[in-house]
Ligand binder design. Structure first.
Ligand code: 13P
Length: 254
């Protein structure tokens, strides 16, 4: 099976330049599995991207946490995909639930952003996931399918897309999805891709899990057959992120 384990660290709106240097130095000193076993992508706030890129070990990559939906221009406060490409930033996170819920980004806008970012040569970590209310109403897969469909309707090549399943109720709450809950959604999502995109895309696209992943719970989650890695928030600012990267060996030894 050719899906390389993927670990992303989403720093969200955190850090000072001193803290950034400290975290990067911890990462640079860490002994982790080689790049053919795990792909590691660090996502600091925009303003720290050049600093992180200049200091970070070459086997780790960087991602922006968002970008504008089309070509740059008179869009005050926005950062375009072209600018990220210009700075040599290979990845962008799009559709994070904090942007969907706090900033009102719709499925359609996120689909447009994914399509535009890919067209400019960026790789995309596309986030999907249900709220607690939606899960309790048994709507998890409907919600995740609608979020994924808005992307699938706008792109034809999934090579540069990683899908991050991040249940909103698990984000920053310490309430991690159980390995069975994560596996259930990941396998349904893969089936959705097989039915609605292609079996090749379903088989090759990485589906990673995010929401209260820690050094303590990552191995059990990583052991699930359809969990291809993690998108980590809080723990990516701490030394335990290294343990999460190392959980890739659960896969390579199985
Ligand atoms: O939102 C997340 C990653 O994008 C997850 O955040 P936490 O790991 O802090 O729950």
């Amino acid at each position: 099976m050719g899906r390389k384990f993927f670990v992303g660290g989403n720093w969200k709106c955190n850090g000072t330049s001193e803290e950034v240097k400290k975290i990067v130095s911890t990462l640079n000193d860490a002994q982790v599995p080689p790049p053919d076993v795990v792909e590691v992508v660090i996502s600091p706030p925009y303003v720290f991207l050049p600093l992180v890129k200049s200091l970070l070990r070459p086997d780790f990559q960087v991602a922006a946490q968002n970008c504008w939906v089309k070509k740059g221009g008179a869009f005050t406060g926005e950062i375009s995909a072209e600018m990220l490409v210009n700075l040599g930033i290979p990845w962008v996170i799009l559709g994070h639930s904090e942007r969907r819920l706090l900033l009102g980004e719709s499925n359609e806008l996120i689909g447009d952003k994914v399509a535009y970012a890919l067209s400019q040569g960026l790789k995309v970590i596309a986030c999907v996931g249900e709220t607690l209310e939606q899960r309790e109403a048994d709507a998890t897969m409907d919600v995740v399918a609608a979020q994924t469909k808005a992307i699938a309707d706008r792109i034809s090549d999934w090579t540069n897309v990683v899908v991050a399943y991040e249940p909103v109720w698990a984000i920053g709450t310490g309430k991690v999805a159980t390995p069975a809950q994560a596996q259930e959604v990941h396998t349904s999502l893969r089936k959705w891709l097989a039915t609605n995109v292609s079996s090749q895309v379903a088989e090759s696209t990485r589906i990673i899990y995010g929401g209260s992943v820690t050094g303590g719970n990552c191995k059990e989650l990583a052991a699930q057959p359809d969990v291809d890695g993690f998108l980590v928030g809080g723990a990516s600012l701490k030394a335990e992120f290294v343990d999460i990267i190392k959980s890739a060996t659960v896969k390579s030894s199985s």
